[in-house]
Design a protein around this ligand. Structure first.
Ligand code: MBD
Ligand code: FE
Length: 309
């Protein structure tokens, strides 16, 4: 092959092909590779630095922590900001704000009607009940909405990602009643921290950043004809409530806690002593397309559209 300068190399890398390939992928790769070539040149990246980064990426991939890095570097929130901007341009507003899904969702949690216990009797932490209604923008109840809820245990760990939890522990799907009502019992969660001694912690240490999220509970709320809502609520009083490593906390998503609520009426959730309650209604927008009403989380969405570029 002939001698090449940097510019000629980039030109070649982004143009050689034996088939058209996928135009969108080609455009994105050309842009990203071009930006990286430029970064390497302008910041005078050494070969050792480059291969150290490549090794980190390989280890990140095998660790399954790519989603922690996307969240911690702001990409997940960026996509939400862009979705909010697109909504504003389209004149769509109102309802419960969206908040990032995060990397720790697992599809297929056990399904119950109207109420559920997420903690499976494993009651470390304060007894916490969240209850409310799913409503439309016009205030109508959303009958038989599906609420997928998941959160961390008292150690800040999520089932399927952290040792010592049962499959689907602290994960449930709850179908609301005809009036859109739901309620669940669980243990009031603490915050989350990125795993120590991991590719993720290596990067955050090098950036001089912490890897903590304030206490939160995740939701995916879906119903026919309604736009699927991915959101999170935050528990007030957490040190990191305004300093989330994933930049995902939002106004309107910090719940109020009522402490010392009398147990009467909560017997079916195994409650016989005062507990902590939060009332929270989810308000969903009308779906503009059938796809918007799909109950699929982000991974299932991309898998469903795989091959469409
Ligand atoms: C979490 O629990 C989380 O919600 C996000 C967004 C990133 C890492 C851990
Ligand atoms: Fe989380």
């Amino acid at each position: 092959m002939s001698e090449l300068n940097q510019k000629q190399l980039l030109e070649l890398v982004t143009s050689v092909n034996v088939a058209p390939g996928n135009a969108r992928v080609r455009a994105l790769v050309a842009r990203v590779v071009g930006d990286l070539f430029k970064t390497i040149d302008e910041l005078d990246v050494s070969a050792d630095e480059f291969w150290k980064a490549a090794d980190w990426l390989s280890r990140l991939g095998t660790s399954g922590q790519v989603g922690l890095i996307t969240a911690g570097l702001g990409f997940d929130r960026l996509l939400d900001i862009r979705a909010d901007e697109a909504d504003e341009r389209a004149g769509r507003s109102g309802g419960t704000p969206r908040a990032i899904e995060g990397p720790l969702y697992v599809a297929g949690a056990p399904l119950s009607k109207v109420e559920a216990r997420l903690d499976e009797g494993n009651s470390a932490g304060e007894v916490f009940v969240m209850e409310g209604q799913v409503r439309t923008l016009a205030g109508q109840p959303v009958a038989h909405a599906l609420i997928d809820v998941w959160h961390a245990n008292s150690q800040g760990g999520y089932s399927h990602f952290f040792p010592g939890l049962k499959p689907y522990e602290l994960r449930r799907r709850i179908e609301t009643d005809a009036k859109g009502h739901y309620r669940f019992r669980t243990a009031l969660p603490p915050g989350y921290s990125i795993p120590p001694n991991s590719p993720t912690s290596e990067l955050f240490e090098a950036l001089g950043r912490h890897g903590h999220r304030p206490a939160h509970v995740h939701f995916l709320v879906a119903a026919p004809g309604q736009r699927t809502l991915t959101t999170q609520v935050n528990i007030p009083g957490d040190t990191y409530i305004d300093d989330d490593f994933a930049f995902a906390t939002r106004d309107g998503l910090i719940v109020e806690l009522e402490r010392g609520v009398a147990p009467a009426g909560y017997e079916s959730l195994g409650i016989s002593a005062p507990f902590v309650r939060s009332r929270f209604d989810f308000v969903t927008q009308p779906a503009a397309t059938a796809g918007e009403a799909s109950p699929a989380a982000r991974l299932a969405r991309v898998q469903a559209t795989a091959g469409r570029g």
